[in-house]
Design a protein around this ligand. Structure first.
Ligand code: SF4
Length: 401
């Protein structure tokens, strides 16, 4: 089935492709390796696909050593070539905002390196670990929280490091859930992913493996038949494999992305989405609502809306928490609960994630003169702004009806 998301969303993706990549065959365009090999990594490449502002041009050069730029041709055809405020362009093209460090920002905001019992694995919560498999991604998101190592080929985890991490999981029986992360684990070959899932499936206490990937968004061609076969093969009563992806904006929900999700979902693999709340990208209620509706059509559950971490040089993307709460409040009512992600702050120094919810309720003493005095009541404000009270239960009934 073709939903033709791109056209429905007013984008001319195939037209842009033929303008930017006129000699590319359909076979090449459908091959994720071709996109990897033709990624945009220099200012000169970038000038061919967008009209750069002076700020973007200077920032691309100034940030190259600290956090590389890489943009897939697929993503390039989704960016607005004329508008630097395009939400997809803002996620991929450096700007001078990255050169500023704001109070509280730090290179490892979540203290992932501090909670490493062995190299290449973060163990913060009792039952789950984060396993770093690669430092490569199809595209480097300008707000990435792991700039300290992602995009750096020199710090790439090797096979021996991965073996040590797997050994730690084997001898730590509290670990039930392994989040396979990076970088992007879909940068690995299907064979390596297969071997990794095989190794996890052989550990009796591991019940869940989550593949954290943005390839569905930045390089959906990567979800080939071989990957689908790997996912399908490892679904069992013993080990459930989930895909955790990362769509931020409705324009990312293209036909190609729909097909990638369809391929994964048809193997029985559940897909959840973790967006990052980003100023100038998705900090509007109608944008978030549209994103959720399209994700649900793609069989992707909106799971988290993450407040932007205190990563260095992303202050220009960060909203206030009050803005985040107001956005969540605006989603409740127009959107079903299925489409509403949990807004969370991942606390600095490894404090973990905490949900942030709009202020819906207040407790107050019951007004005097009622039949059942003595109890408090909770007053809730519904999505329309109407206040509705329910009594706090008394220790026992006040009568028999
Ligand atoms: S895909 Fe994830 S790890 Fe890679 S650059 Fe983007 S946010 Fe960072």
């Amino acid at each position: 089935m073709q939903l033709d998301f791109a056209r429905a969303f007013g984008e001319a993706h195939p037209v842009v492709r033929s303008r930017l990549y006129p000699d590319t065959t359909d076979a090449e365009w459908g091959d994720w390796r071709w996109h990897q090999q033709h990624r945009i990594t220099t200012v000169e490449d970038l000038e061919r696909v967008v009209r750069l502002t002076d700020d973007e041009r200077a920032a691309t050069q100034a940030t190259a050593r600290r956090f590389r730029m890489a943009i897939t041709p697929y993503w390039a055809t989704l960016m607005d070539p004329e508008d630097p405020a395009c939400p997809l362009r803002r996620q991929a093209v450096p700007t001078s905002g990255e050169l500023r460090v704001w109070p509280g920002e730090r290179p490892d905001p979540l203290a992932e390196e501090t909670f490493m019992p062995v190299p290449g694995l973060t163990h913060r919560y009792p039952d789950r670990v984060l396993l770093y498999t690669t430092h490569n991604c199809a595209m480097y998101c300008r707000y990435c929280t792991r700039k300290r190592k992602v995009s750096d080929p020199d710090s790439q985890p090797g096979k021996s490091e991965l073996d040590v991490a797997l050994d730690y999981i084997r001898r730590t029986p509290t670990v039930r859930d392994v989040i396979i992360s990076g970088g992007d684990p879909l940068s690995l070959s299907n064979e390596r992913l297969d071997a990794l899932l095989e190794a996890l499936a052989a550990i009796p206490h591991v019940e869940v493996a989550r593949l954290g990937t943005r390839n569905l968004v930045t390089l959906p061609q990567r979800v080939d038949a071989g990957l689908a076969a790997v996912l399908g093969r490892h679904q069992s009563r013993h080990l459930a494999v989930w895909v955790m992806t990362h769509f931020n904006h409705p324009k990312e929900c293209t036909d190609d992305a729909w097909e990638a999700c369809e391929r994964i979902a048809s193997t029985g693999t559940p897909i959840q989405n973790q967006s990052v709340l980003l100023r100038g990208v998705n900090d509007q209620a109608d944008v978030l609502a549209q994103l959720s509706r399209r994700l649900l059509r793609m069989r992707v559950k909106p799971y988290y809306l993450l407040h932007a971490d205190l990563e260095e040089g992303i202050g220009h993307f960060r909203t206030t928490i009050g803005e985040g709460k107001a956005l969540l409040h605006a989603l409740r009512g127009p959107l079903s609960g299925l489409g509403i992600p949990q807004y969370v702050v991942d606390l600095p120094t490894g404090g973990g994630k905490v949900p942030v919810v709009p202020d819906y309720e207040a407790q107050r003493p019951r007004p005097a003169g009622g039949d059942d005095p003595g109890a408090d009541e909770w007053v809730f404000t519904n999505w329309q702004g109407r206040a509705i009270a329910i009594p706090e239960p008394l220790p026992g009934p006040v009568g028999i009806g």
